[in-house]
Write a protein that binds this ligand. Structure first.
Ligand code: FEO
Length: 406
């Protein structure tokens, strides 16, 4: 991909990764991009770099504008390897006057690359840096999503270079929000939030409030993944304000795994109960739905109903893995319930309830178990469970406090 001028004398010079389908356990069906930006001014500045294997694409793009050795400053908004993997080689070529980073970025860069002699420049609060005609300022965004994370703001152009925040794993030939399908864009943006930022939602909330308080005019948001928000940066800011509350849309998810289809039969009966209450729902079989897609639905759901058979006194491995993943991301504000079939011990329901309790879900049912194959009366209980979740959702919508029964 050739460089793209996103504003006068500011170029996208990153790389498109059409190949990757997995980001440490997060499925990326549409690939991704590693965005880097080059500012041409008296002090030529490169904001972020790319994954190691895309180094030549980055240098090739920069070379179409200026020889890389002419770059004066390199800004490192985030040290994770998808944005810094090629730094040692790039720094060797550029030999910059300054490598600009946060205090934690400095620590992380040294821990990653073991270079004490690089010309680090650690930003200070409220620091402004003149590049000539353009001015940069910096905003530390610790734990969004790494300790080193920060934003860089180009004052005159009103562009927020937001590192991972507001990004999407979306490989496209287009570089801007208004050039791509909006449903795909918002889906990928939501998936990114759900799988990377859910855990840090209280910090996202604070950051959004801080940005509002600073009254930063934002004409464009340029994240390190996906397209640049030039037409409607407010759209992604609004979406983040919504997502950081974890508030669902009044709907339910039945997330399950099954051994000999008994739990699956129970799942369908639970769904019938939800249907009777007029609740919108999805059945998500973990055998065919990737955990990161399920997590995307979890963020927008109001009730999570888990179903799993018991295996070796525990959970089926896919449910165990999913719960480990979901617990790590800590979604909140959910109503919960669990069910499952078993042969002779039946611990799965208790284990799922424990997980939901740890996540502070409002569990509305003690849990429903069926030995071996559920008969008609047991399926009727499953329908009742679905109806109970549906009624609880309606109570919650009406403002009633939901008290967990476990
Ligand atoms: Fe895209 Fe946290 O790296």
């Amino acid at each position: 991909m050739k460089p793209v001028e996103i504003a006068k004398n500011i170029y996208w010079v990153g790389a498109i990764d059409w190949v990757t389908r997995d980001f440490h356990g997060y499925s990326t069906y549409r690939g991704t991009t590693y965005n880097a930006f080059l500012i041409i001014d008296e002090k030529i500045t490169l904001i972020d770099t790319v994954k190691k294997q895309y180094q030549s694409e980055l240098l090739h793009n920069i070379s179409k504008i200026i020889p890389p050795e002419k770059i004066d400053y390199v800004v490192v908004n985030h040290v994770e390897m998808d944005h810094s993997g090629c730094l040692p080689e790039v720094i060797d070529i550029i030999k910059p006057e300054k490598i600009i980073c946060s205090k934690m970025g400095h620590k992380a860069l040294r821990q990653h690359f073991h270079k004490d002699d690089w010309p680090y420049h650690i930003i200070t609060p409220n620091e402004e840096m003149s590049l000539g005609e353009k001015t940069l300022s910096f905003l530390e965004t610790r734990m969004l999503h790494w300790p080193d994370s920060m934003f860089t703001y180009a004052k005159e152009d009103q562009i927020l270079f937001s590192s991972d925040a507001f990004g999407q794993h979306l490989a496209t030939s287009e570089r801007f929000d208004d050039e791509v399908n909006q449903d795909v864009l918002m889906h990928e943006c939501g998936k990114y939030y759900a799988n990377i930022l859910t855990l840090y939602s209280p910090l996202v909330k604070k950051l959004l409030a801080k940005v509002k308080e600073m009254q930063l005019p934002i004409k464009m948001i340029a994240p390190d993944h996906g397209v640049v928000w030039r037409k409607d940066p407010g759209k992604v800011l609004d979406a983040y304000s919504r997502w950081c509350t974890h508030e669902g849309q009044g709907n339910a998810l039945i997330i399950y795994d099954t051994m000999w289809h008994s739990t699956e039969t129970m799942a369908k009966a639970v769904a019938e109960g939800l249907q009777e209450e007029g609740i919108s729902f999805r059945l998500l079989d973990l055998r065919v739905n990737h955990r990161s897609d399920v997590m995307t639905d979890v963020l927008n759901a109001s009730a999570i109903i888990l179903g799993c058979s018991t295996l070796n006194n525990g959970l089926l491995p896919r449910m165990a893995g999913f719960l480990m993943y979901m617990r790590g991301l800590r979604p909140t504000n959910k109503i919960g319930a669990a069910f499952g079939s078993y042969g002779w011990s039946g611990e799965a329901v208790k284990l799922m309830n424990q997980s939901m309790k740890e996540m502070k879900f409002s569990i509305c049912h003690q849990g429903l178990k069926a030995q071996y194959v559920p008969e008609h009366s047991k399926l009727t209980e499953c329908i009742e469970l679905g109806k109970l979740v549906g009624k609880t959702l309606k109570d919650s919508k009406a403002g009633k406090e939901i008290v967990s029964v476990i």
